[in-house]
Design a protein around this ligand. Structure first.
Ligand code: SF4
Ligand code: SF4
Length: 488
């Protein structure tokens, strides 16, 4: 294992040599019940089943890491050490039968495809091959019907969310306005809270669009891939011209009225995530979400796999973890506020701080659905127009969600013992399907980043004090759960 310098926190736990504690478990060793992680600041032992993370010293880390790499021989050592750290080894073991996610969680969030049209031809667009030749707009009637349907599906759920999607949603402002008005009226009638969002390519943020964004409080995400050179290469117009100048100018106008607007950037293999972030910060975005482009279909091997591995931007994960930890220890509320809702790392830290497990990677086909321009229903925006995943229509009653109820038991064997099984939870089902042919078979090229993110969140959590956690809860940067048993 690597040997980081002295842990800078005083409360790293030490399991004294020769601790006279009898291990309580004599069950066969099971891989994946603990994991040792380290970074430049120290070590921690991570306990997936309890979402626990304990800072430990180097000597303890060395013994536990050896036990982890060969659990059959060193099981007793690990049990002894964990027990001396007051870790309940039985509780830490992966369970044979894990509680499945609520199978019929109400469907309460929808991506509305207002149009199939788009003026850009992004090189990584997952819709390009699937969109119908005759690209249509959603009618205002269908938009209103979709909102009625969503409120009916949402049952007792207190929050309803609509994300305007496409194609480029701002090419159909009439449907957007109709849906927003209808949703606001129904939210008033039902007493539910409503979140409206939109992902736009930023080319059509004209005065009417801005008025609608501001008037309806639409949380807008602008897709912009970094510098002019990178953006124009990755997101050209249909005629090949670049779109950067127009999008950057429109982004300035939007930021004037909504300074918290999130920018989503996509990096391709070989891309430089830090340079992308820097370019977007210079435009004026304080909240930037960088993600790696969707993987191309089919198994990756050789050079292609290496290139995708490089695109995972592991360095970026390390610097984000450091930035969040520094912000907490220095009580930098502004830095945390800018990350709220756009930092995956803060979301993972929330999971560790509240012992909250994810049993599925996302809400696709469960709490989330996508509705096409003609009113067909799919599990999420990326499954749209894949015939095998059509779940019904706005008028065909309850959508068939059976295909989307896999939980971890049905998942890839690699996921069941992976230390990131309750934060990554199997990876994006659509990526899995496209690359491996199965919703549940993980894409190995994605795993390195998911596992490192999980380690970093556990490491930071293990170093946070009670006062640090209070600060995070009080600022609303992570959630305080009403009941300690409310883990699912
Ligand atoms: S997809 Fe990979 S990282 Fe995620 S839980 Fe499965 S094995 Fe772990
Ligand atoms: S399946 Fe993938 S793209 Fe769809 S909601 Fe889940 S994570 Fe997102």
């Amino acid at each position: 294992m690597t040997h980081p310098p002295e842990s800078r926190r005083p409360h790293s736990r030490t399991a004294p040599a020769g601790t006279a504690v009898v291990p309580r478990s004599t069950r066969a060793p099971a891989p994946g019940w603990f994991h040792v992680a380290s970074d430049a600041s120290g070590w921690c032992v991570l306990l997936p089943e309890s979402m626990g993370a304990e800072a430990i010293d180097e000597a303890t880390a060395t013994v536990l890491a050896a036990a982890e790499s060969d659990p059959s021989r060193q099981h007793a050592d690990a049990d002894l050490l964990l027990h001396s750290l007051h870790v309940d080894a039985d509780a830490a073991r992966p369970r044979e039968t894990e509680r499945p996610p609520r199978p019929q969680v109400p469907l309460s969030h929808v991506a509305l495809f207002l149009t199939d049209r788009c003026d850009l031809r992004c090189i990584y667009c997952y819709e390009r091959e699937r969109l119908p030749d005759h690209r249509t707009d959603m009618t205002t009637e269908t938009a209103e019907l979709a909102v009625d349907w969503l409120f009916a599906q949402s049952g007792a759920e207190r929050e309803v969310g609509i994300s305007f999607f496409g194609g480029e949603p701002l090419l159909n402002l009439d449907a957007l306005q109709a849906a927003a008005r209808r949703a606001e009226a129904l939210a008033r009638q039902t007493g539910k809270s409503l979140r409206l969002g939109m992902t736009t390519n930023g080319t059509h943020l004209d005065d009417r669009a801005l008025d609608l964004v501001v008037g309806h409080g639409i949380e807008t995400v602008v897709s912009l891939d970094g510098s002019r050179e990178v953006h124009d290469r990755q997101r050209p117009r249909a005629d090949g011209r670049g779109s950067y100048d127009e999008v950057a100018a429109n982004a300035h106008r939007l930021l004037e009225v909504h300074p918290d607007t999130v920018c989503r950037a996509t990096v391709m293999p070989g891309g430089d995530a830090m340079a992308v972030k820097q370019a977007l910060t210079e435009i004026g975005f304080s909240r930037v979400l960088v993600s790696v482009a969707s993987l191309p279909p089919g198994d990756l091997d050789g050079d292609a796999a290496d290139e995708w591995g490089a695109a995972l931007a592991l360095d970026d994960l390390e610097s984000e973890a450091r930035a969040v930890e520094d912000a907490v220890t220095h009580r930098d509320t502004e830095a945390l506020r800018q990350r709220r809702g756009s930092s995956r790392f803060l979301a993972l830290l929330d999971q560790y701080a509240t012992a909250s497990k994810r049993h599925t990677h996302c809400g696709a086909g469960r709490g989330l659905a996508a509705v096409t321009t003609s009113g067909d229903v799919y599990p999420c925006q990326r499954f749209v127009y894949e015939p095998a995943y059509r779940m019904g229509t706005l008028t065909s009653g309850r959508p068939d969600r059976s295909v989307f109820h896999p939980c971890l038991q049905a998942a890839d064997a690699a996921c069941r013992t992976c230390h990131a099984r309750y934060t990554c939870a199997g990876g994006c089902p659509h990526d899995n399907l496209v690359v491996t042919g199965s919703l549940n078979r993980a894409v190995p090229q994605r795993c390195a980043a998911a596992r490192r993110e999980n380690e970093l969140a556990a490491l930071v959590r293990s170093r946070l004090s009670a006062a640090d956690l209070e600060f995070l809860f009080d600022g609303g940067f992570i959630r305080r759960r009403p009941c300690p048993l409310d883990l699912f």
